[in-house]
Design a binder for this molecule. Structure first.
Ligand SMILES: Nc1nc2c(ncn2[C@@H]2O[C@H](COP(=O)(O)OP(=O)(O)OP(=O)(O)O)[C@@H](O)[C@H]2O)c(=O)[nH]1
Ligand SMILES: [Mg+2]
Length: 492
């Protein structure tokens, strides 16, 4: 999500780092780069201007310039201003004791029908009974589409095939909800290619006659400033309660997310992050600001993890880490759990300090690598997993490699990587929250050399390789990569 914005901002802020004291001129230079990154991400010009104005005022203050760590303070200021730009947000759906009506509107193809299903699912999970209402009589297939979604989720859909008046359909739907004991009515209204008077009039009619508790505008995050402009027009006609921005899983540049609240006064309440009906998240400005600044979004990851992971196992792992224990068994369990979260590059972006790695991973086969790692660990004996330093001798390495169908040196690489990772994990586990954040920031600074993160702190025992040995290793790695690619192709 927002990779280039993230890269632009982190590199802008990096120019300020490591300079010790900052002068007014290099502070201005750094902020100029921040401005450029925001404009390139298609943030509205007026929003950028005000934003930079506010940041500069604070950052150029005497206190910051004379502080010991001015660049750190600037990051803090930018972070806070980003939060203020997007928030505050109230996520409540304002569900009432009786029947609550929520109305979704938006341009054609923005994701209304899909979001209707996603919200229905969420409401159902929270123990309420939703009723999805096909109030889009414009497009012949629209009713059917909502029925399909309702069917997938096991939720009731109200429709009146052949009806001409969407207002009447909505009114009848509310009556029907009362009869069947549904308590949240979700209106999926029609969209248009462009905002026009007829569409607005129809929506205003529904708004007046059905009086929904909340009116949400669904906008396509990929359309950048167009999304912001349409939000403005809809808000003038309907007084929106919130925006749901969809398709943020694609290559949206981020401009719309950062502009919409400032331009329209309406906050984003939810974001759509995929076509699947579970891809709806509450929008948290603090987390988004962190993600945009490359600090990761560990909280969302934790939330998703809690939904998908075994919570007892998580608690056990956390406890072990706190005690400074981290073995290959734990690593194997984490790999297994991580896989449940989804594609690797999506997860990496959410881990603090790992944002930059996703880009570097490119089309590396992360999932395949994970499977191989699991295979290797599975071929070890329990004792080896607990104590990987045992795996120094050739015969063990060969046995494990044969079991996993890999080369012996890959076993070695895993053990080495694990060593580096374990020492970081143990250190993080033993720190308090504040120090953990500081440590993660330190790791982030090492991003220019991502491998450095996984290397064990030098203890003076490591053997230095000569340049010939290194070249040989590199060749071997390239050869392996080609072989793996060939095999992957063959097995497809
Ligand atoms: N990647 C991605 N695709 C989405 C998301 N939300 C919706 N879509 C896709 O966008 C397309 C349009 O979605 P719909 O829900 O039909 O949009 P709509 O606003 O109801 O469209 P109309 O009824 O024609 O106005 C579909 O292919 C959806 O699968 C999202 O968050 N991410
Ligand atoms: Mg639709």
């Amino acid at each position: 999500m927002f990779d280039s914005l993230q890269a632009g901002l982190t590199s802008a802020l990096k120019t300020l780092r490591g300079k010790g004291k900052l002068s007014e001129s290099n502070m201005r230079e750094g902020l100029g780069l921040v401005q450029k990154a925001l404009l390139e991400a298609d943030v509205s010009f007026s929003v950028v201007k005000d934003f930079i104005g506010r940041v500069s005022e604070k950052a150029l203050g005497e206190k910051v310039l004379s502080a010991l760590d001015p660049s750190q303070q600037v990051v803090g200021i930018v972070h806070q201003e980003l939060i203020d730009l997007m928030g505050p947000v109230d996520h409540s759906l304002h569900l009432q004791p009786g029947v609550t009506v929520l109305m979704l509107c938006g341009l054609q193809g923005s994701g209304k029908t899909t979001t209707c299903g996603k919200l229905g699912r969420l409401i159902n999970e929270r123990g309420r009974k939703p009723l999805l209402v096909a109030a889009d009589l414009q497009r012949p297939a629209a009713i059917e589409q909502l029925h399909v979604i309702g069917g997938q989720l096991g939720l009731e859909v109200y429709s009146e095939p052949g009806a001409k008046d969407p207002v009447a359909v909505c009114q009848n739907a509310v009556k029907h909800a009362r009869q069947v004991g549904a308590n949240v009515v979700l209106l999926d209204t029609a969209g248009r290619l462009h905002i026009d008077d007829e569409l607005m009039e129809q929506l205003k009619q529904i708004d007046r006659r059905v009086s929904p508790e909340q009116v949400y505008l669904v906008v396509d995050g990929m359309t950048g400033q167009d999304a912001v402009n349409s939000a403005k027009a809809f808000n003038e006609a309907l007084e929106l309660d919130g925006v749901i921005m969809t398709k943020l899983d694609g290559d949206a540049r981020g401009g719309a997310v950062l502009s919409v609240k400032q331009v329209t006064g309406v906050p984003i309440k939810f974001i759509g992050t995929g076509e699947h009906l579970d891809a709806l998240q509450e929008f948290h400005p603090e987390r988004m600001a962190q993600r945009i600044l490359g600090m990761g979004d560990i909280l969302t990851l934790v939330e998703q993890a809690q939904q998908k992971f075994d919570s007892d196992e998580m608690a056990k792992q956390e406890e072990r880490l706190r005690k400074g224990e981290f073995t290959l068994d734990d690593f194997r369990k984490q790999l297994g759990m991580t896989k449940k979260l989804g594609p690797m590059n999506k997860i990496m972006g959410m881990i603090p300090g790992m944002g930059g790695l996703t880009e570097m991973m490119g089309d590396m086969d992360a999932e395949g690598d994970m499977k191989r790692l699991e295979g290797i660990i599975d071929s070890m004996t329990p004792a080896e997993r607990r104590n990987p330093s045992k795996i120094v001798d050739q015969s063990r390495r060969r046995r494990i490699a044969a079991g996993a169908g890999v080369e012996p040196h890959e076993v070695n690489e895993l053990v080495k990587q694990f060593d580096g990772m374990a020492s970081i994990m143990k250190e993080l586990g033993s720190l308090g929250m504040r120090d953990r954040v500081r440590k993660v920031q330190e790791l982030q600074r090492g991003l220019a050399n991502p491998n450095a993160q996984l290397q064990k702190p030098k203890l003076g025992t490591g053997k230095r390789l000569s340049s010939e040995e290194r070249a040989k290793l590199r060749k071997q790695r390239e050869k392996d990569l080609r072989r793996r690619k060939r095999e992957a192709k063959k097995s497809q």
